[in-house]
Ligand binder design. Structure first.
Ligand SMILES: [Zn+2]
Length: 267
């Protein structure tokens, strides 16, 4: 059976008209989450996408910014609670050292003693190094440091059960130091903060972000087959798909996808 990707959120940190960027990879009955947005809204998005938390057994956290990490606390809280009642078999969180330390600190500060007792038992951490391999819900992945200019951040390259490859570049522009991990992907996931034509309005470069046009150039250079754009502004959501696709298609001849929240793509 083909894998699927379900976009739970597609916006950047400060959006109000959609959820922050995070997604689930589906392999049969299993779901592998990447990031969880900025809060309790992750539980609503999972429910709307008909993803039972009991079927989420792995989660990758890219970095510790609010719009990525805070939703993870809610997933941990719910999974831990289900685990104490024998209704969850355990959640494994894959991330680098900084993320693990911050998640553990948030858990200490915000979860009950009963739920904290589930850490390292029902909720397990796998600490990743740059270039480290891990297997999550049947996806064979390699984590890599995206060489962020802001805070330590990892992306990953996943091999899907059918042999296709998917690369998550995190939420910053591609750095050529990651070429070995990012090139020749069947599916390349890149942030696009806004359109190139909006760069004076939204100033993506000052914030270390890309435009749809820049992401398309990267996809062309890396020889990607399909380009997925997310982590965008929410100023033009009803028109976003059309506008971002048109701009990216000027530089990239492959397929460009600009998913809405809760959209599913067959991989
Ligand atoms: Zn972000």
């Amino acid at each position: 059976m083909a894998s699927k990707i379900i976009f739970l959120g597609t916006g950047n940190a400060l959006v109000t008209k959609c959820y922050n960027t995070c997604f689930a990879l589906q392999n049969g009955e299993e779901f592998f989450l990447t990031d969880a947005g900025g809060g309790n809204g992750i539980l609503a998005q999972l429910e709307k996408a008909s993803i039972p938390v009991t079927q989420v057994h792995s989660l990758f956290l890219t970095h510790s910014h609010t719009d990525h990490i805070l939703g993870v606390i809610w997933v941990i809280r719910l999974a831990a609670s289900l685990f104490t009642r024998g209704k969850h078999t355990g959640l494994t969180i894959y991330c680098h050292d900084e993320c693990e330390e911050k998640l553990r600190a948030f858990c200490r500060m915000t979860l009950t003693a009963k739920l904290q007792a589930v850490l390292d038992n029902g909720i397990r951490f796998v600490r990743l190094q740059d270039g480290g391999n891990f297997s999550a819900s049947g996806f064979a992945c390699t984590a890599f440091d995206i060489h962020s200019t802001k805070t330590k951040q990892f992306g990953y390259r996943a091999v899907l059960p059918d042999g296709q490859t998917l690369v998550c570049l995190g939420d910053e522009p591609y750095n050529p130091l990651c070429q070995q991990y990012a090139q020749q992907a069947d599916w390349l996931l890149s942030e696009a903060f806004c359109l190139y034509s909006q760069k004076e309005e939204f100033k993506p470069y000052e914030k270390h972000h890309s435009t749809a046009l820049d992401a398309a150039r990267t996809a062309r250079e890396l020889n990607a087959k399909n380009l997925i754009l997310y982590h965008t502004q929410d100023d033009c959501l009803p028109e976003r798909k059309r506008l971002y696709t048109a701009e990216a298609s000027r530089e990239f001849a492959g397929r460009v996808l600009v998913p809405d929240d809760l959209e599913t793509v067959l991989l």
